[in-house]
Design a protein around this ligand. Structure first.
Ligand code: E4P
Length: 219
């Protein structure tokens, strides 16, 4: 089964999505925190954890390994549900290797744009490899191909690291990620709404009710 995460820091959106009963986790990043007006990363992350009780990713701001490791130590101590998001750079890789050796070393390797980056973060011990599909498509590349190739590589070598399709822009990305065998999809709230909506379903419900009224009205 593919897990569904919501890609937002908005507590209102998360609360609504959680009420649908199909939400497994949440991914945030500094941009999403900024959009949600959440200046206190710890407080907002813990509010989200309380709602979801599943994996919630919070990102480091440091760009050197020592700084990332220090931030990760703090972030991971907030809750057993929190995953630390580390960018996939050389410094990030060094930090991942160190963090993965801790008993609570839950890592979401972020900003992945190639299967070789995904291979390296799996080697370093990341739990999730976040592949930024939409940003690649925006740049005229085939983002979904990176998801497919990463799936194949992880299966070839039996890596535990989960393929996370991120930067999802529309329902087509959702469908292709599911067909490509992604373990997790992180979707904006607007895309989650599109996943459930069909005008035919609404018309179908209206017709059923109208027909029922015709019979019920005769009694
Ligand atoms: C993933 O965890 C990121 O938060 C996210 O998917 C980024 O997507 P964007 O390209 O829409 O910013």
């Amino acid at each position: 089964m593919a897990q569904i995460f919501i890609d937002t820091a908005s507590v209102e959106e998360i609360r609504e999505a959680a009420s649908w009963g199909v939400l497994d986790g949440v991914t945030t990043n500094p941009t999403l925190m900024m959009r949600a007006g959440a200046a206190d990363l710890k407080a907002n992350t813990l509010k989200i954890v309380e709602i979801v009780q599943g994996p919630v990713s919070a990102e480091v701001l440091s760009t050197n390994a020592a700084g990332m490791v220090e931030e990760a130590r703090d972030i991971l101590s907030w809750s057993e549900h929190v995953y630390v998001k580390i960018p996939t750079t050389v410094e990030g890789l060094k930090a991942m290797k160190e963090i993965a050796s801790w008993p609570n070393g839950r890592i979401n390797a972020t900003l992945i744009f190639s299967p070789t980056q995904a291979y390296l973060v799996a080697r370093a011990g990341a739990s999730f490899a976040s592949i930024f599909v939409g940003r690649m498509d925006d740049a005229g590349l085939d983002g979904m191909e990176v998801v497919r190739q990463t799936r194949e590589i992880f299966d070839n070598y039996g890596f535990d690291c989960q393929v996370l399709a991120a930067s999802i822009r529309h329902n087509g990305h959702v469908l292709d990620s599911l067909l490509a065998g992604a373990d997790i999809l992180t979707v904006p709230f607007t895309v989650l709404q599109k996943m459930i909506y069909s005008p035919f379903t609404d018309v179908g419900v209206e017709r059923f009710l109208a027909d029922w009224e015709k019979v019920a009205g005769k009694e």
